[in-house]
Write a protein that binds this ligand. Structure first.
Ligand SMILES: NC(=O)c1ccc[n+]([C@@H]2O[C@H](COP(=O)([O-])OP(=O)(O)OC[C@H]3O[C@@H](n4cnc5c(N)ncnc54)[C@H](O)[C@@H]3O)[C@@H](O)[C@H]2O)c1
Length: 236
């Protein structure tokens, strides 16, 4: 049984990743904003689950997460992410800062915390949420794309630095996945994205959970520093 930390686990991809690990007998430490979903999570994961209600950008809550990691951490999934879209000319600094703090800075903070514990324990796995938009840019998402491209660069760097400590670091770049994050998109845009996807459909959270599960497993024990596109082929 491994101890798996997942940020942004109350819904969407994070929740599905939690389900995949839980169903395979692992212990979960789920981190998300204070949320009405706590009882829902307790119903879904009635045992082997801790829920830390924390804003991962909050300085005060860092010791709480750090103490929990010191009790043991095998895998960290830096999944939490937000969008605050607008074109460059209209983008407000507060929206730049929020997206950078959640999507990029928190990956640095939590990975550093986890890596210290993993190093002492003799190894571990860190998995980061990138996005396919990191590869080619995306209209209206200068802040989001900058963070996701940053996550890919940070993943490669951490993999080089932490390999000697038997810590593997990889990223996943999802394509368009049916979660609350994309449910705000107009039907027309979703249909257009499906049309551009060689496999002809939107992704499901399970598609991404399968990839995280594989990269965390011993089957992936010689894989580090990679960014795996899980996108139905949309960026080929
Ligand atoms: N859905 C997609 O199509 C898609 C595509 C590419 C990448 N991604 C990435 O995958 C990850 C998950 O996406 P999703 O679609 O499931 O998103 P989502 O919006 O459905 O879920 C994100 C979760 O992160 C949590 N979160 C946000 N800010 C937080 C904070 N400060 N502290 C703690 N938790 C916080 C939210 O409460 C939410 O539960 C994100 O990093 C996203 O950028 C998603």
């Amino acid at each position: 049984m491994k101890r798996i930390f997942i940020t942004g686990a109350a819904q969407g991809i994070g929740r599905e990743v939690a389900k995949r690990f839980w169903e395979n007998g692992h212990e979960l430490v789920l981190i998300d904003l204070p949320s009405l979903k706590e009882s829902e999570l307790q119903d879904q994961f009635p045992e082997r689950m801790e829920y830390i209600q924390a804003d991962i950008t909050s300085l005060e809550l860092r010791p709480l997460i750090e103490d929990e990691m010191k009790k043991g951490i095998d895998v960290l999934v830096n999944n939490a992410g937000v969008t605050r879209d607008s074109t460059l000319l209209k983008m407000e600094e507060k929206d730049w800062d929020l997206v950078v703090d959640v999507n990029l800075k928190s990956v640095f903070i939590l990975s550093q915390m986890a890596a210290k514990v993993m190093k002492e324990a003799g190894g571990g796995v860190i998995l980061n949420a990138a996005s396919v938009v990191a590869h080619n840019g995306n209209f209206g998402q200068a802040n989001y794309v900058a963070t996701k491209a940053g996550v890919i660069g940070m993943t490669k760097t951490m993999a080089k630095e932490l390999g000697k400590n038997k810590i593997r670091v990889n990223a996943i770049a999802p394509g368009f996945i049916a979660t609350p994050m994309v449910s705000k998109m107009p039907e027309k845009v979703i249909a257009m994205m499906e049309g551009k996807t060689p496999l002809g459909r939107m992704g499901k959270p399970e598609d991404i959970a399968n990839a995280y599960y594989f990269l965390a497993s011993d089957e992936a024990s010689f894989i580090t520093g990679t960014c795996l596109n899980v996108d139905g082929g949309i960026v080929i």
